[in-house]
Design a protein around this ligand. Structure first.
Ligand code: SF4
Length: 359
C-alpha cells in the first residue's frame, strides 16, 4: 500500500479517492456505474452545467429534476414554448441563460440531429456555451481530454501549487496546470474529482487537509496559509440603483396586475409588476409621479433590496386595492389570480416585491 502511494501519480491518488467519495448528483453517472459501461447523457451534463453557472449545487438540484421530468430530451426542450421554459427557470436567476438554453436546444435539434457534438470547438459555437462549459461537456459527457476549471478547481490548484498571483490573472497558469494534471484515462472523472475535492475537502474555510488525497504533495497543506488562497484582485464597488414597483390588487378576487419585460436586456422576457426604470438618480419619494394609473396607492413599509451582478437595487413598493376598470388595463398586462401567481415567470426580485406588498 505504501509502495503504491509512493509511486501513484497525482491523478491516480485523486481518482482512487473519487471512487470512494464521489458526490451523488442527479446528473452524474457514479464512477462505479461508469466502470460498468454506463455513459453520461450529454443533455443532462449540459443542462446541469448551464444551471450551475453562478449557482450552488443545492440550489440547482430541484430545478434540474423539474426540467428533466418536464423535458426528458433535448428535442423535448427544443419543442417547448419559451414561456414555459422561463416559468420553470424562474427563481434561478441570470435569465439570459434560460433564453440561450432554449436557443441551444433548438440548434441541437435542428442542426445536429438531436445529438450534442463532442468536440470543444463545435460546442463553443452553440448559444450560451462558453469555454468553460464546452470543456466541461467534452470532458464529462464524452471523456475528451480538456482542462476544466471552475471555482472549486481554482481553489484546489492555487493551494496545491501555491499560486499566489491574484485571480483573474492566475487563470492561464491554473488552466495549464489542470491540463498537465488531467490524465488520458478517465479525464471526465478526474475533472469531477477535483470539483468534488474543492466542494467537500478543500473548502474555502478550514480545508480538511488530513482527509485530502493530495496532502503529501500539496504545497500549503495544513497551514493557515491555505485559507488565504486563491488571492483575488479587489472587487469594484457595485453602484446602487433605485426604483419603484406598483402592486395593483383586485379587491374582489385578489388578482395582481402583471406585465412582461421586454425580451432583451436584464430579466428579459420575465414577468413583473408595473414599475419605474431602475437608476442611480431615481428618488423614491417622487415615485408617485410615475404611477401607471390613478389609484389609491400606498407606500409599503418594507423596501425591497436585491443584488444583481453589476449593481444593488432598492425598490420602494406601492400597493393599491381597486376594482379593475378600463384605465387599469395596460398594454401587454394581465391579471393573475392568487392560484396562478406561483406559476408565473417571476424573477426573485419580483417575488420579494409581491411578498412586501401582499404578506
Ligand atoms: S492538502 Fe489541504 S490545501 Fe492542499 S489540496 Fe488538500 S485540502 Fe487543499
Amino acid at each position: 500500500m505504501i509502495d503504491h502511494m509512493a509511486t501513484a501519480s497525482p491523478s491516480q491518488l485523486l481518482l482512487a479517492w473519487y471512487d470512494r467519495h464521489a458526490r451523488t448528483l442527479p446528473w452524474r453517472v457514479s464512477p462505479d456505474n461508469r466502470k460498468h459501461g454506463e455513459v453520461p447523457d450529454p443533455y443532462r451534463v449540459w443542462l446541469s452545467e448551464i444551471m450551475l453557472q453562478q449557482t450552488t449545487v443545492a440550489a440547482v438540484k430541484s430545478y434540474f429534476e423539474k426540467f428533466v421530468s418536464l423535458w426528458p430530451t433535448v428535442e423535448d426542450l427544443a419543442a417547448a414554448p419559451e414561456e414555459d421554459v422561463m416559468k420553470a427557470w424562474a427563481g434561478l436567476g441570470y435569465y439570459s441563460r434560460a433564453r440561450n438554453l432554449k436557443k441551444c436546444a433548438e440548434t441541437i435539434a435542428a442542426e445536429h440531429d438531436g445529438r450534442f457534438p463532442a468536440d470543444e470547438a463545435t460546442l463553443l459555437k452553440l448559444p450560451g456555451i462558453g469555454p468553460y462549459t464546452a470543456a466541461a461537456i467534452a470532458t464529462i459527457a464524452f471523456d475528451r481530454h480538456a482542462a476544466v476549471v471552475d471555482g472549486n478547481v481554482e481553489r484546489v490548484l492555487t493551494r496545491l501549487f501555491q499560486i499566489e498571483t491574484p485571480l483573474p490573472d492566475a487563470k492561464p497558469d491554473i488552466k495549464a496546470r489542470m491540463a498537465t494534471l488531467t490524465p488520458d484515462a478517465r479525464p471526465g472523472d478526474f475533472a469531477q474529482a477535483v470539483m468534488d475535492l474543492g466542494a467537500t475537502i478543500c473548502t474555502p474555510k478550514k480545508p480538511a487537509c488530513g482527509l485530502c488525497p493530495w496532502r503529501e504533495i500539496c504545497a500549503v497543506q495544513s497551514s493557515p496559509f491555505a485559507e488565504t488562497l486563491p488571492r483575488k484582485a479587489p472587487k469594484k464597488e457595485k453602484p446602487t440603483r433605485f426604483g419603484a414597483a406598483f402592486v395593483a390588487v383586485d379587491i374582489n378576487t385578489g388578482s395582481v396586475l402583471l406585465r412582461r419585460r421586454p425580451p432583451k436586456g436584464l430579466l428579459g422576457g420575465m414577468t413583473e409588476v408595473p414599475g419605474t426604470e431602475w437608476s442611480e438618480g431615481f428618488i423614491g419619494e417622487t415615485a408617485l409621479d410615475a404611477v401607471p394609473f390613478a389609484a389609491p396607492w400606498e407606500k409599503q413599509v418594507k423596501q425591497v433590496t436585491h443584488t444583481f451582478t453589476h449593481f444593488h437595487l432598492k425598490l420602494s413598493v406601492f400597493r393599491a386595492d381597486l376594482i379593475p376598470t378600463q384605465t387599469t388595463v395596460l398594454a401587454g398586462s394581465w391579471w393573475s389570480s392568487p392560484q396562478e401567481l406561483g406559476e408565473e415567470a417571476l424573477p426573485t426580485v419580483m417575488r420579494k416585491v409581491l411578498s412586501a406588498a401582499l404578506d
